[in-house]
Design a protein. Sequence first.
Length: 295
Amino acid sequence: MSVDHEKAERTAWFSLIGNFLMAVVKGLVGYFGNSYALIADAIESTGDVFASALVIVGFRYAKRPPDENHPYGHGKVEPLITFVVVGFLVASATLIIIESINNIQAPHKAPASYTLWFIAAVVITKELFFRFVSKSSKETGSTSLKADAWHHRSDAITSACAFAGIAIAVYMGDEWAQADDWAALVASFIIFYNAYKIFRPALGEVMDEHRYDDFIVVIREKAMEVKGIHTTEKCWVRKSGMRYWVDLHIHIDGNLSVHEGHTIAHNLKEHLMEILPEIEDVLVHVEPAEELIPH
């Protein structure tokens, strides 16, 4: 478990530093290059800095071991942090909408041409950031890291919209200067959509929704490798942070003693936790295989 948390935390630090540098540079280029879309982009990146910082705090809390008050560990803080990160996304999008509408109503000069090439580089860089952080989130199973990855993707999207707006404004002249602001406005609604995509699975994790069908299939297959198990019945999985808790019902020979049944259940638990290291614990419920009980 510590390896996953350490990897996720390193990725979050990479994300924080990258967002900070991006926010500073985009803000400066947007200000001096007269690009309102780029300034809006810098505002969104500033929110990303605080979001990444929250993710790091969440990782450090989530990796605490179970205690008397938290027998299932502290992993649920991860989706809660995700909610806060989503809040940053929504707040950033709202601020961009307000600024864009104000700028559309106030005539201004077209952005400097060099901002166009700068923002093209930003789009490529942020997409690479997204792919790196997203890969780490899949490897560690971190919900909040996935949210952080989508921060980078949303940043790439807003930058791509800004690129289109700046290109129109630069090549069409000052009378098309508001294209820069319209681009920022479009980007804000894309951010809202991405915020929902991040929020929904985090909510499912908090509510212990049934969302792990593929994983359950693997658990059932691996369970049948343990000697003495005739079949599996109910299998429930819930996620907390980067770890999974499994409740599994198995059928064994009804003529076996309690001690023998306990041994089979214990072997099953050890087998699953060894072969599927992302599992934190397995609760096994033993039932008799009816066809083996003499009548």
